[in-house]
Ligand binder design. Structure first.
Ligand SMILES: Nc1ncnc2c1ncn2[C@@H]1O[C@H](COP(=O)(O)OP(=O)(O)OP(=O)(O)O)[C@@H](O)[C@H]1O
Ligand SMILES: [Mg+2]
Length: 367
C-alpha cells in the first residue's frame, strides 16, 4: 500500500464541547474549533424537567446539524471526544453515548473532564480552574493531574444571572419586555457592560454619590434606540458578586474550593488560578476577582484558616470560551484516546463510566 494511503487513513478525532448556551465543534490537533454555534438542545438547560425521549430526539437533530451542516463529515466509524464537566448529569452523558453509538454508529467515544483538559493548554498539572459559562460558575481544583472532586463548588453565577439583571433593570427603566429577546440582551451585555472596580462597587453599595459611566444609546430594529444607563453598564456584573450573608459570591466559592483541599496544596492552587468560559472574557473581571480575593484572604473569616498571601492568574493561549475545547483537541491527539469506549464494549455494557463508577474493563484500546 502506498505510504500516503496509510498516512491519510487515520482520520482526526471529532472534538465536541456541548455547553448549555454554545457548542464548540472541530477536530483534534487543531488550535481553534471550526465553529462555535448555539446549542439547540433546549432540554439541556433544564434537565430535571425534561423527558429522556425529548433529550434523545433533540440530540439526534443537533448532532445531525453538527456533522452534516457544519463539519461536513460522516461520523460513522469516527472517534469522538466529548469535553464535559464532571458535574454533567448522567442522563445527558448516557444520551450522548446512545445517540452516537446507536444512531450514528461511531467507532468510539471518550468523555474528557473539562476542568482537567483545560490546564493542558498551559502544560500545567496543578491549577484551580474556574469555569464561568452561561448557567453556572463551576470551580474544581486540579492537583498533580487529578481533579479534587470533593472540593468542587458551583453556583448560578454566570451569564444567565447577568442577563436577568440587565433585563429587569431595563424593564424598570420603561423598555418593553417584548423587545428584550435573549439575543439582544446578550448583545447589550457584550457591547456595553463591564466589571467595575471593587472600590467603586463598595461606594455604590454605601450609597455614595459617584460619577457613573456614560449612558450609551443602543439602536434596535432600525430607528428605535434603547438608552443603556451608565449605572447598569457598571453594575450588571455585580450579580456575580452578591454581598449578602450567605457568602456565596464568586470570590467566596473560589476560596471555599481552596479551603477544601489539603493544606499543602492550597498555596500552589491559589497561585495558579485559570479562568475559563465565555463570561470570563468580560472587561475587568480578572482585576476585580484578584482584589476581592486579596481582601478575603485578609478578612476575619479566612485569615486564620488559609495562610495564603496572594493569588495569581494564568492566561491560557486561547480565548476563554474555547480554552476547554482546545484542551480536548490536545488530549484527543495523544494516546489517551485509546481509553475510549468502543462500539463493541458499549453494546456489551451500555453504561457510561464516570468518576464515581470508572471501571477500566469496559473501555478497550482501539489498537
Ligand atoms: N466578551 C464577552 N463579554 C461578556 N460575556 C461574554 C463575552 N464573550 C462571551 N461571553 C458570554 O459567555 C457566555 C457563553 O460562555 P460559554 O460558551 O463558556 O458558555 P457555555 O459553555 O455554553 O455554558 P455552560 O458552561 O454554563 O454550559 C455567553 O453568555 C456570552 O454572552
Ligand atoms: Mg461551558
Amino acid at each position: 500500500m502506498p505510504l500516503f494511503e496509510t498516512v491519510f487513513q487515520e482520520k482526526p478525532t471529532i472534538v465536541l464541547e456541548i455547553g448549555s448556551a454554545y457548542s464548540k465543534i472541530g477536530f483534534s490537533a487543531e488550535a481553534y474549533p471550526r465553529f462555535i454555534i448555539s446549542t439547540e438542545i433546549e432540554s439541556i438547560k433544564d434537565v430535571l424537567k425534561s423527558k429522556e425521549k425529548n433529550i434523545y430526539d433533540q440530540t439526534v437533530d443537533f448532532f445531525n446539524k453538527i456533522f452534516f451542516n457544519y463539519l461536513l463529515v460522516s461520523p460513522k466509524d469516527r472517534k469522538i471526544s466529548i469535553v464535559e464537566s464532571v458535574l454533567t448529569p448522567t442522563i445527558i452523558r448516557e444520551c450522548f453515548a446512545k445517540v452516537l453509538f446507536q444512531h450514528y454508529e461511531v467507532a468510539s467515544v471518550i468523555f474528557l473532564p473539562l476542568h482537567l483538559v483545560s490546564i493542558s493548554t498551559l502544560a500545567l498539572d496543578t491549577a484551580l480552574v474556574v469555569d464561568l459559562g452561561y448557567k453556572e460558575a463551576v470551580v474544581i481544583p486540579v492537583y498533580s493531574g487529578v481533579q479534587v472532586i470533593n472540593a468542587w463548588q458551583a453556583q448560578p453565577l454566570a451569564a444567565e444571572a447577568v442577563h436577568d439583571e440587565i433585563k429587569s433593570n431595563l424593564i424598570l427603566n420603561g423598555v418593553k419586555e417584548e423587545i428584550l429577546s435573549e439575543r439582544i440582551i446578550e448583545d447589550i451585555k457584550v457591547r456595553t457592560c463591564f466589571v467595575t472596580k471593587m472600590s467603586r462597587a463598595l461606594s455604590y453599595r454605601n450609597n455614595e454619590q459617584l460619577q457613573a459611566a456614560p449612558d450609551v444609546e443602543y439602536p434596535i430594529e432600525g430607528s428605535d434606540v434603547i438608552k443603556i444607563p451608565g449605572l447598569l453598564r457598571e453594575m450588571a456584573f455585580e450579580a456575580l458578586f452578591p454581598e449578602d450573608n450567605d457568602f456565596m459570591g464568586l470570590p467566596y466559592i473560589i476560596i471555599d474550593a481552596i479551603l477544601k483541599c489539603p493544606v499543602d496544596a492550597r498555596k500552589e492552587l491559589a497561585e495558579n488560578i485559570l479562568l475559563i468560559g465565555g463570561t470570563s472574557s468580560v472587561l475587568g473581571i480578572k482585576v476585580r476577582l484578584r482584589d476581592e480575593l486579596r481582601k478575603l484572604l485578609k478578612s476575619d473569616i479566612y485569615k486564620d484558616r488559609l495562610y495564603i498571601d496572594d493569588v495569581k492568574f494564568h492566561s491560557a493561549p486561547a480565548k476563554p470560551n474555547f480554552t476547554a475545547w482546545l484542551g480536548g483537541s490536545i488530549y484527543s491527539h495523544t494516546d489517551l484516546i485509546s481509553n475510549s469506549i468502543t462500539r463493541e464494549s458499549y453494546f456489551k455494557h451500555p453504561r457510561i463510566p464516570d468518576w464515581t463508577t470508572y471501571d477500566s474493563s469496559i473501555t478497550r484500546s482501539q489498537g
